[in-house]
Design a binder for this molecule. Structure first.
Ligand code: C2O
Ligand code: CU
Length: 476
């Protein structure tokens, strides 16, 4: 089905002979200030060490937020103001991007475009009010390959004002690492050959910052499981043995609850999916969660391990109800203007480059382009907008993937309706901020350009982004 250039993955990386117990890291909750005050959060970006593989392997030298992998979970309520003071103790510039949150442009965290980068030893205060409840995340938008690839990422959860009925709310931050046999982060970020193919797919996948063999569950409980793929490049396709999860939200935005196609929950880099899972397995048994996206490279991520206790409730629950919808503006499809984004470049199967047809912006190091122009890096000043959109107007973007590779395309500052895939209507009323476009396929998305500013649109396979698959949409 798919091919990629990364090394073969064995679940314990190349590292592990067999029996490593999970170090279960619980997510720290960020304390809340009084409701009238903004939530004030301090986030320090700095080098650190983290036991991501576990004994007998040494801790891994990482870069992280709050001295932990993943960074501290930020959890606020919809409509509550948030102030985050970010201190940079890295040896290089950074910024923080609040992925998927519809916030003012000056808080979006793109260096050069929306703010000056935060220099080493300096700090920057982000302040915004998340309008939407849902599962979001934060990550750097400077030297993204290294900073994200060394571990800088955290979950940002916005709770619904009224509780959603589930027995538990779990967050799984899923991250892919390329580790050496000493459990250290392998060198070689920004390899040009890889950048023109799948990007830096690693050899070790962690769940909340560690290789996790077991997740304890109780028979009969309903769990809301928030999945975040914070990988640089790895696409995941998760199958829950013995279970029938329902997808209730995509990229934080509620959809009509539905079972995943072929039982696979597909997550490209930066995507989030909220599941409701009824734990209908047998007490005392264990069920694997398997990722089989890359053909021949399937591995099990973790196991749901049932406590040896009678079910929490006697009867099956009714199917999950829809989550309350967020205040998203509905695009006016009759009046919408249509714009095309052609994704170009990359290697073909044979190793040659795909034609980019009249590509002007080809700077050295560029492997990819959008509509013939390559913007490289993580964001900088003077990025001319590819499209200028009129504030308040509805737009349909036709994203045509003319390449041989998958691209999770992310738009900042907005969520969009996913309308069609290859001309066929997309079901379940889905919204997204990152849409995975398979090779040679096309996707139409629609949105109201209601947020003024210069907004990034790029592939979230980080190697693709930094080597040309990035552009700017201006809303004025
Ligand atoms: Cu999570 Cu510009 O991206
Ligand atoms: Cu891409």
């Amino acid at each position: 089905m798919h091919s990629h250039s990364g090394p073969a993955i064995s679940r314990r990386a190349l590292l592990i002979g067999g029996t490593v117990l999970a170090t279960t890291t619980s997510l720290a909750r960020v304390a809340r200030a009084a409701p009238a005050e903004p939530n004030v959060i301090e986030l320090t970006a700095a080098p650190g060490r983290a036991p991501i593989v576990g004994a007998p392997y040494p801790p891994t030298d990482v870069w992280c937020y709050g001295n932990r992998i993943p960074g501290p979970e930020i959890r606020v309520r919809q409509g509550e103001r948030v102030r985050v003071v970010v201190r940079n103790q890295l040896p290089e510039d950074t910024t923080v991007h609040w992925h998927g949150i519809r916030l003012p442009n000056s808080m979006d965290g793109v260096p050069g475009l929306t703010q000056p980068p935060i220099k080493p030893g300096e700090s920057f205060t982000y302040e915004f009010t998340p309008p939407d409840a849902g599962t979001f995340w934060y990550h750097p938008h400077a030297d993204s390959l290294r900073q994200l690839g060394r571990g800088m990422a955290g979950a940002f959860i916005v709770e619904e004002p009224t509780a959603v009925s589930a027995d538990r709310d779990l967050v799984w931050m899923l991250s892919d690492w390329r580790l050496t046999s000493e459990a250290q982060i392998a060198a070689g970020f920004g390899n040009a050959m890889e950048a023109a193919m799948s990007g830096r797919v690693g050899n070790t996948v962690t769940l909340n910052g560690a290789i996790t063999d077991e997740v304890p569950v109780r028979a009969g409980e309903r769990v809301r499981l928030r999945l975040v793929n914070s990988s640089l490049a790895r696409i995941m396709s998760l199958r829950f043995e013995g279970h029938r999860p329902a997808i209730v939200a995509i990229d934080g935005q509620p959809c009509d609850p539905h079972e995943p196609e072929r039982g696979r929950v597909v997550l490209g880099p930066a995507m989030r999916i909220d599941l409701m899972i009824d734990m209908q397995g047998e007490p005392g048994r264990r069920y694997r969660v398997i990722d089989d996206f890359y053909e021949g490279l399937s591995y099990w991520l973790t196991q749901l391990v049932y406590e040896d206790k009678p079910p929490l409730r006697a009867h099956h629950l009714e199917p999950s109800p829809s989550l309350p919808r967020n205040p998203l503006p509905e695009p006016d499809l009759a009046a919408a203007e249509r714009r095309e984004l052609r994704l170009q470049g990359g290697m073909m199967g044979g190793g040659g480059m795909m034609g980019m047809g009249g590509m002007q912006g080809m700077s050295h190091g560029a492997s990819w382009a959008i509509n013939g122009t390559s913007m490289t890096g993580d964001g900088h000043a003077d990025m001319p907008p590819l499209l200028t959109l009129q504030l308040g107007r509805s737009y349909v973007l036709i994203i045509r993937n003319q390449t041989a590779w998958w691209h999770p395309m992310h738009l900042h500052g907005h969520s969009f309706r996913v309308m069609t895939r290859n001309g066929t209507a997309a079901p379940h009323r889905q919204w997204a901020d990152t849409v995975l476009v398979p090779p040679k396929e096309s996707v139409e998305v629609a949105f109201v350009a209601d947020n003024p500013g210069d907004w990034m649109m790029h592939c979230h396979v980080t190697d693709h982004q930094v080597s040309g698959m990035m552009t700017v949409l201006r809303v004025v």
